[in-house]
Design a protein around this ligand. Structure first.
Ligand code: FE2
Ligand code: FE2
Length: 480
């Protein structure tokens, strides 16, 4: 019987986190003003601000629900989002203390950090909410004399531009070296925003060269500050909330790990298959907006369970003998199915990320083992139920597992056929079969995305099969 682990949103936890975020931001935005002038508390302003804070947090919740549901399903990611927002808010608030503070404030910290540990979409919107919360409290209380119109504009303008820039153009990078360039790019955007704010809102008669120079220099430095803070925060949040950043995926998506070295030694055929599946899966993940490095990591380890009995899997049968010939179909099914469960046990033992563990156990879903089912059917009167000849599941629970399921089967079938003219039909049939067995009924992949995956697999396959000019077998200088 297939296991069903359909993920769902724990609304009680989500509600508690919403209350936590509301209380935190209510205190952060109102308490300093109450303490400053306790005699003249403007209760109407307080109430309006509390309602506005609730609206903004509700907007964030609704956005995450519609655009990035996994963050709601995994409340640790939601918790990390709220903590990052609070830290970002405090960083902006600290900026108000010093004359050029706003310029050096890392306005895009939220989207930078969250694009690495949650998602670029949630990161961007959370960043937007933080900017709005700060902007609202700054306007509402007007108690900060240094917050001139120029700074108002700069907070909003630079905050939004930097959030979009970091989340959608720069976000999700996992090669650390790229962050140096990223810091410089954020600094440049910030400096341009600062210059525009200055020119637009400071009277021409009041322009001062040194003022402009300081603003530009500090705004440019904010890019580096953002990157440094991001490098400090990501590992802390990763540990605190047991979240896997793309840095961790990049660390394990290499042949130079203990498990991959073992796979190479014990099951070289599976090792090669996994590397090729990784190429397909990475391209497909990019094509449908999923994490390339997560897909690569999942593909590298999806068949590590085959290390237990490598000779029972076709890709490792180099001598030409197939041990299944001497086995009953039922015994073969038990043996083959075991690679998913044993793989999961190995992944747990080696502390692979939970998302990679899911991909290992889900990559065959609840599909029947067709070859052995047909072999068993030969001994019947023509009717044999599938029960007992299927993988235990669960079915893919997310898009990465769905990608892996399709790429895994396509890689094996395309390699076996080795005929470019049949490639399109092979990929079509594989997808059709998985749809008939309702393998994608528990993840939110769309038909449009499945079509993109099919096209991407074919393009990648044609890239692998490209023809090269044969080098002439002539020794250089032999005619002399
Ligand atoms: Fe497998
Ligand atoms: Fe595989």
């Amino acid at each position: 019987m297939a296991k069903k682990i359909k993920k769902s949103i724990n609304w009680t936890r989500v509600l508690w986190l919403f209350v936590l975020a509301f209380v935190a931001f209510a205190l952060l935005t109102i308490l300093p003003h109450i303490l400053k002038d306790v005699q003249n508390i403007n209760y109407i302003k307080i109430i309006i601000q509390l309602i506005a804070t609730m609206f903004l947090l509700f907007a964030l919740g609704a956005y995450v629900y519609f655009a990035d549901k996994t963050a709601l399903e995994q409340t640790r990611k939601l918790f990390a989002t709220i903590v990052t927002m609070i830290i970002s808010y405090c960083a902006i608030w600290l900026g108000s203390i010093w004359e050029f503070g706003y310029n050096v404030v890392p306005f895009a910290l939220c989207s930078l950090v969250l694009s690495l540990i949650v998602s670029t979409r949630t990161g961007f919107f959370a960043n937007f909410v933080v900017i709005m919360l700060y902007f609202m409290q700054a306007i509402n209380w007007q108690s900060n004399a240094t917050l001139a119109t120029e700074n108002f504009f700069y907070i909003l303008f630079s905050g939004l531009i930097e959030a979009v820039f970091t989340a959608f153009i720069l976000g999700g990078q996992y090669r650390r070296i790229k962050y140096i360039g990223m810091g410089l790019a954020i600094g440049l955007v910030s400096a341009i925003c600062a210059a525009m704010s200055y020119v637009m809102f400071v009277e021409r008669a009041a322009w001062e060269l040194m003022d402009v120079v300081y603003k530009l220099v500090w705004s440019f430095a904010s890019g580096i500050v953002s990157i440094l803070l991001m490098f400090m925060l990501v590992p802390i949040l990763e540990r605190l909330f047991n979240i896997v950043s793309i840095f961790r995926y990049a660390e394990i998506a290499t042949s130079d790990t203990e498990l991959m070295r073992q796979l190479f030694q014990k099951a070289p055929g599976t090792y090669n298959h996994s590397l090729t599946v990784a190429n397909y899966a990475e391209a497909c993940a990019v094509a449908i907006g999923q994490s390339a490095v997560e897909a690569r990591a999942a593909a590298y380890y999806h068949d590590i369970g085959k290390m237990k009995n490598p000779a029972y899997f076709a890709e490792n049968q180099f001598s030409g003998t197939n041990p299944h010939d001497a086995m009953t179909p039922e015994a073969s099914v038990t043996m083959i199915k075991m690679h998913a469960t044993y793989g999961l046990a190995l992944a747990k033992e080696h502390n692979l990320p939970p998302e990679v563990q899911s991909a290992i156990i889900e990559h065959h879903g609840t599909l029947p083992l067709k070859y052995f089912y047909l072999k068993a059917k030969k001994y019947t009167d023509g009717f044999l139920p599938y029960d007992g000849y299927c993988y235990e599941g669960p079915k893919p629970q997310n898009k990465i597992s769905a990608i892996l399921m399709i790429c895994d089967a396509c890689e094996s079938a395309l390699r076996a056929s080795n005929d470019v003219t049949l490639a399109e039909k092979i990929v079509d049939d594989i997808v059709k079969e998985r749809l008939e067995f309702e393998q994608f009924s528990e993840c939110d992949i769309t038909m449009k995305e499945i079509d993109v995956i099919k096209t991407t697999i074919l393009t990648t396959y044609l890239g692998i099969k490209h023809k090269r000019v044969k080098y002439p077998d002539v020794k250089m200088g032999s005619d002399k």
